[in-house]
Design a protein around this ligand. Structure first.
Ligand SMILES: *[C@@H]1O[C@H](CO)[C@@H](O)[C@H](O)[C@H]1NC(C)=O
Ligand SMILES: [Cu+2]
Length: 260
């Protein structure tokens, strides 16, 4: 609650017209197929219970106060005190597809990167948490691009109708994966300790028609993100064309290999 109030106050003080400070991914377009995500405000009450591809999270607020170093950092803060609980639903999507994450209206002042990861489920994703091991491979990221008129990726979201588009690798082996997409808000990361705000969500997918490449080893979430990470603890106002920003979580892997 405290975090929420501070976040809202911050947004108000920095942009008087902003009331809603947070957000979540409400829908995902896989190629031509639109899939509804978990809605923490509508779905818990539904009977019969909904079966969404998104692992449940409690609200539109961030994972902050260092909780990103716990299993809340994997797929968000869960409901009923349990984080990162697998679901039984999944969406089928051909390898190489274009995927668009459709956020709730994202108009707050949260400068930061937008990142997307994949983890291969050893069997079914409904049996796999992904909270341990170097299983998360970043497949897309955008941080601070000084060549753009709106350099921070998360601030370009509102200009794109609150959507973000990524392309799945074409060459990876078919099978079950967790697709993890997040915004990292850096507006209070100059605090000690950092008040980095992660907005992650995890969506279970089955990739079809893939190739022969296995995902390489990636990072562990939790594990990889530390309080003193230079991508997590910084004053975002210091970032400029001459002082670039490197998002946390390492390089991006694609069909062409690793790219920093
Ligand atoms: C913008 O997003 C909203 C909500 O997802 C959607 O209803 C609307 O059609 C979108 N507008 C455009 C121009 O794509
Ligand atoms: Cu917020």
């Amino acid at each position: 609650m405290w975090t929420l109030i501070v976040c809202v106050l911050f947004a108000l003080s920095s942009l008087l017209t902003t009331i809603t400070a947070h957000g979540f991914v409400q829908q995902i377009r896989f190629g031509d197929t639109l899939v509804e995500g978990w809605n923490p405000y509508k779905d818990p009450q539904k009977k019969p219970a909904v079966n969404k591809i998104t692992r449940k999270f409690k609200d539109n607020g961030p994972v902050t106060d260092g909780k990103f170093m716990t299993d809340a950092g994997t797929c968000g803060i869960g409901i009923e005190g349990a984080n990162n609980i697998p679901v039984t639903a999944s969406a089928s999507v051909p390898a190489g597809s274009v995927v668009t994450f459709i956020w709730t209206e994202w108009k707050s002042d949260h400068p930061g990167p937008v990142m997307t990861y994949l983890a291969k489920c050893p069997g079914k994703c409904s049996d796999f948490k992904g909270s341990t091991g170097n299983v998360w491979v970043k497949i897309d990221q955008a941080g601070y691009d000084a060549s753009k008129s709106t350099p921070w990726a998360s601030k370009r979201l509102p200009l794109q109708n609150s959507t973000w588009t990524v392309k799945l690798p074409s060459s990876i082996v078919s099978g079950e994966y967790i697709l993890r997409h997040e915004i990292l808000g850096l507006q209070r990361t100059n605090k000690e300790p950092t008040q980095a705000q992660f907005y992650p969500s995890c969506h279970q997918i089955i990739i079809t028609g893939g190739g022969t490449k296995s995902l390489p080893a990636g990072i562990a979430i939790p594990g990889a993100f530390k309080l003193d990470d230079r991508g997590i603890a910084l004053n975002y106002r210091d970032i400029s064309a001459s002082k670039p920003y490197t998002p946390p979580g390492g390089p991006v892997w694609s069909d062409n290999g690793w790219r920093t």
